[in-house]
Design a protein around this ligand. Structure first.
Ligand SMILES: [Zn+2]
Length: 491
């Protein structure tokens, strides 16, 4: 944190302006402009060829799958896809960029004018504009540590050269670090649903740079902006922005001015530090890539791609909230990944009461997983197991108490519900006379509740069901018990 803690009054005088640039690696089998494997974790410098090394005479050929994925992402982000976009060379020297330039897009990107809606603190939503989505290729990787002589040498792994990227640039619409966090969370979720990227931040397949400036509230003109790089989690983006906003306000309040520069986030120290003065677009000497023709996304191709769009997370949540009568929070849990939501819905469809499957999953199963600190994919009880349990409960073949006991056994032994139920098949009292006898005893012992019931407070029936269930050690057939309690009290 900045050396001097700023008072809330001083912080409130300024408005932060934040824009985000996100790079995502596209999950194509091969690279953007050659046939080399696009694969993380291969032996260094094994997935390379004259094209991605930029050797003389080698010519790039555009990967159609990369275009499909960039188009799909553009549509999912509500962008307008340009029919004719242009690849451009972005020239700069870096040891892990053997060509001396990156093939990118400049003034005619594949898509523009998109948006993402994010939730705000007051419960409403805010629309964050997306300026553009453009295609480009990744550079290689410089490895500064991990070798015996790392203190004096840097190693290069060029496997990443030519990996297809989509760069997604937001409008400077974001006003708080929380909004930035929400935007990134939504963006990642949408990209994962479209399956164009695995968005694995640890492996670098999703990377984020943040542009941030502050200005006195009410001022139209933007302050000098600082780009924060090297932030490898959304939580760190939020922390880096919080730090950077306070730092800039402190500089201005102290009579100084902010210089346009690139700063790096140091997660260990919890601060940013200056890396270099920020380069301008003209420093890169962009010009149209002479080795590639204009990229044409025809109306037909666009329609074909639109058909491949899955139901997106926000729409899916809205539908599931009404279909399964879920709370927004529960809908979030069930749609946390497309694969999980798919598995849930496929299973729920086969159950007698899909809503009960949702309830069991969210309460009984999720509760036990939380207690053990396990992720959903480590659950011993499968979706089919939950469906079976829900159906048995619906048919009155087990009571909810028995269900809890069976789930306990599943989690203790790491077994699915099916085999546990077959083995332990809980005893059930289905003898009406035996149940009636227990009901009579409970009625005799609770005259006050009987009076209340007969005075019209029919919800008291639940009290009697509960008492008898307890007396039967959870073994009374629930359907029969409910029926008999109503009959006895009514009579
Ligand atoms: Zn190659």
């Amino acid at each position: 944190m900045p050396s001097v803690a700023l008072s809330p009054q001083i912080l409130a005088k300024y408005e932060p302006v934040i824009g985000l640039e996100v790079h995502v690696q596209l999950l194509t089998r091969t690279k953007a402009f050659c046939g080399c494997q696009n694969h993380f974790g291969s032996e260094p410098n094994t997935n390379i060829c004259p094209v991605c090394l930029g050797l003389p005479g080698a010519l790039p050929v555009l990967n159609a799958k990369a275009v499909e994925f960039a188009t799909l992402a553009s549509l999912a982000l509500n962008c307008q896809v340009r029919e004719r976009s242009i690849f451009a060379r972005k020239n700069y020297f870096y040891p892990d960029l053997p060509k001396g330039y990156q093939i990118s897009q400049f003034d005619k990107p594949i898509a523009e004018h998109g948006w993402i809606d994010v939730p705000t603190a007051d419960g409403s939503t805010k629309r964050i504009g997306i300026t553009r989505l453009h295609m480009e290729e990744d550079a290689g990787k410089s490895i500064h540590d991990g070798f015996a002589d790392s203190a004096t040498r840097t190693y290069l792994d060029l496997n990443r050269c030519g990996t297809p990227l989509a760069e997604i640039v937001s409008e400077p619409d974001i006003r708080t670090p929380d909004e930035a966090f929400e935007y990134l969370t939504r963006l990642k979720e949408i990209l994962l649903y479209t399956e164009v990227s695995d968005c694995n931040m640890e492996e670098g397949s999703l990377r984020c740079d943040a542009n941030v400036s502050v200005r006195p509230r009410g001022q139209e003109r933007l302050g000098a902006k600082v780009e924060v790089k090297n932030v490898n989690s959304f939580r760190f983006v939020r922390l880096a922005l919080e730090y950077e906003i306070e730092r800039q306000i402190e500089v201005i309040e102290g009579g100084g001015s902010i210089s346009q520069e690139t700063r790096l986030w140091d997660a260990n120290e919890g601060r940013t530090y200056s890396m270099r003065s920020k380069e301008q677009a003209h420093d890169y000497r962009y010009f149209p890539e002479p080795d590639l023709p204009p990229l044409i996304v025809s109306a037909e191709l666009l329609e074909e791609t639109r058909k491949k769009l899955p139901e997106l997370p926000e729409a899916r949540r809205a539908r599931m909230i009404s279909e399964y009568e879920l709370s927004p929070k529960d809908a979030h849990t069930l749609t946390s990944s497309r694969a999980f939501a798919d598995r849930f819905e496929a299973a729920a469809k086969t159950a007698k009461n899909p809503q009960r499957v949702a309830n069991l999953l969210l309460s009984e199963v999720a509760g036990r997983l939380n207690a053990l600190g396990l992720e959903q994919d480590r659950s011993p009880v499968s979706m089919a197991g939950i469906v079976q349990a829900a159906d048995l409960l619906d048919e009155g073949k087990i009571s909810s108490k028995q269900l809890k006991q069976l789930f306990d056994v599943c989690f203790e032994k790491g077994e699915d519900f099916g085999p546990v139920y077959e083995r332990e098949k809980p005893e059930q009292i289905t003898d009406a006379a035996a149940i009636e006898k227990m009901i009579d005893e409970v009625i005799a012992a609770n005259p006050k509740q009987v009076e209340q019931y007969r005075a019209g407070k029919t919800t008291v029936a639940g009290f009697f069901v509960g008492q008898v269930m307890r007396a039967s050690k959870g073994q009374a057939n629930p359907a029969l018990l409910n029926e008999l309690v109503a009959k006895k009290l009514g009579g």
